[in-house]
Design a binder for this molecule. Sequence first.
Ligand SMILES: NC(=O)c1ccc[n+]([C@@H]2O[C@H](COP(=O)([O-])OP(=O)(O)OC[C@H]3O[C@@H](n4cnc5c(N)ncnc54)[C@H](O)[C@@H]3O)[C@@H](O)[C@H]2O)c1
Length: 277
Amino acid sequence: MSEKLRGKVAVVTGSGRGIGRAMALKLAGDGARLVLNDLDDEPTMAVRDEIMALGGEAVACCGSVADAGFADRLISTCTGAFGGLDILINNAGYTWDNVIQKMSDEQWDAMLDVHLTAPFRILRAARPVIRALSRADAEAGRRVVRKVVNVSSVSGVFGNAGQANYSAAKAGIVGLTMTLAKEWGRLNTTVNCVAYGLIRTRMTEATANADAAIQVEGREIKVGVNVDLMAAMERGIPLGRAGTPEEAAGAAYLFCIPESDYVSGQTLLCTGGLTGI
Ligand SMILES: NC(=O)c1ccc[n+]([C@@H]2O[C@H](COP(=O)([O-])OP(=O)(O)OC[C@H]3O[C@@H](n4cnc5c(N)ncnc54)[C@H](O)[C@@H]3O)[C@@H](O)[C@H]2O)c1
């Protein structure tokens, strides 16, 4: 294990799979203690076991980030288990696409809830903890920089047909990031965002099965990208391929390490070189 984040306490939402899982493993590999979260218990516990088998520390706080009361439960699990909070990554989410004329209010609200309202509530719940910790650091003459990383998408930065709900939420998180960077600078806390392009996860897995779907909070949500479409999308990426979850986690990691202590309010494109869609 590396020592770069030794003893830091990191919360990663949606860390049972995909990018969030890779983020949790990366941070744990650098010595951070993890609070894991996912809608689904089983993959979350598997990530927890994986971290512990490597000699790390992790606890789970399962449930939907969109549930009322979840934010307080997440932050109190974190402070209860580890007595601190150094890194907070708002990653949990999924897509539920449709063109605007076919998009229901339920579809719109679900995306705003998971990608924007949930991070807002989690950050609001974290604020008193971060303030108390930063005050204690100041009194003890320590300079500790805390880190928030929010997750956006090229859909939120450039727009994407069929994703009015998702792109609105993912654009919103960019605004929330910039505002909190201004509010939390005095708390020695940086607030940044990573906007992903095409990353190979369950959300975007190339599939020949047009009916591939997952269950999210009792709703059946279509997932995956048709094999031919995936190949066409990859051809349009300067690096010529989709990213891996580990590469995606690497971009968020840059905002978590001490080398980025003076970077705040930024949105980093992790897209294999794509600068528009
Ligand atoms: N994969 C991509 O190409 C891509 C591109 C841009 C942005 N993103 C964003 O990256 C993030 C991670 O997505 P991924 O690609 O790793 O997908 P994924 O499906 O592999 O993993 C997402 C995890 O979040 C969990 N989750 C979903 N809703 C949740 C909720 N309400 N509460 C708690 N957990 C919940 C899921 O159960 C899943 O384990 C998402 O915010 C997504 O919008 C992904």
